[in-house]
Design a protein around this ligand. Sequence first.
Ligand SMILES: Cc1ncc(COP(=O)(O)O)c(C=O)c1O
Length: 451
Amino acid sequence: MKDIKIYNLVRKEEKRQKEGIELIPSENYASSEVRKVLSSYFVNKYSEGYPKKRYYGGNENVDELEILCQERAKKLFGVPFANVQPYSGSPANLAVYLATCKPGDVVMGQALIAGGHLTHGHSVSATGIFYKPFQYSLKKDNVYKNNDLFDYAEIRRLAKEHKPKLIWVGATAYPLKFNYKKFAEIADEVGAYLAADIAHVAGLIAGGAHPSPVPYVHIVTTTTHKTLRGPRGAMIMVTNKGLKKDPELGDKVNKAVFPGLQGGPHDNTTAGISVALFEASQPSFKKYAAQIVKNSVVLSKTLTDGGLKLVGGGSENHLLLVNLASVLGDGSGVFAQKALDLVGLTLNKNTVPDEMSSPFYPSGVRLGTPASTSRGMKEKEMKFIGGVILEVIDLLKAYRLPEKEPASAKASAGKGRKDYIAKFEKEMMANKKLKEIRLRVKKLALRFPIP
Ligand SMILES: Cc1ncc(COP(=O)(O)O)c(C=O)c1O
């Protein structure tokens, strides 16, 4: 019996993905081989525990699968230990706290508003509730030039003052390469564990298009579904440096994942991660990783040539962060996100380092090239996409986010931000030029099938 409602939603999502171009830098297309094993018989199994130490019977194939997955991860990233069971990136990061800290211990990470992830100690995350975070930001000056945006003197000062047990390096919105060595010098000076969260750049590292943190950090966490192009999942790896600091670090990570935080691993996901790791170790993946960066550079240049300001002056990885304040005013990310959505270019509003608005109404947008590159798009298509973004942004110049939300709903009567945005959306949906651009985007998208 077919569940028509769900089936129809799947068809609608398929159409949306095929007819649009995905520019959200954390998204990608898993290969059909990855998707095949995700819905394989492994989906039916329970296997609490670790290979050869399970709480359930019938795990002989799962044991082989999980060991193979660990071995592939270790080989690809050059580490002596890998746990492949975390359900996703956030629980993987929480497991690192559990393995290295006691509740209330001081931790450090990049602030969310500066491009860090919630799980690096944000106050609304369990990591900021159960631990004591001191967060670092990016420089506020010269952020539109191509230079390292981290203020190492300030990070060192914070570390020396607060003596964290754990420091995070890694981000969810940072367009340049990381200098892991400089973070390691600071962590080593204060005796902290240094964990690299490579969720965004894992595929670039695997493909040799971004430096690896492995020689410098104790722990590496990653999601498996972004540039690594696997299923939704995560891994925690311990480096030789990590085992030297604490020979029991691998065991501690294992205990933190299970039984600390999780029950049975998702064996079908383990199968999908194994296939993704196999694919990422092929020569074609090196080409893919290099093309992601080439595409990002061309897209950046198209946008800067068109007069837009890019954080970091451009992109050295898969991601671009555009500050729209100078062309559309503070808090204008929402206009760009909504209008570009209408033409079939999906990206997200985002804060910028010198943000003058708020995280809910940020002044920038974040976009990237991993998904479009998976479809086979190259420099020529990036110039087209960049041109479309410029055309759409040009149509938005008459709009400005109202200063503030009126104090009461009654007082707002059509003057608040929400009303203004609703009116904006209505006008955009009726805009003839946007409809014409939408056809052009769809035509390009259909020429590049998704895997
Ligand atoms: C750097 C970084 N770490 C961790 C995560 C969390 O991953 P998940 O959404 O799978 O929990 C993300 C997700 O966006 C991320 O960008």
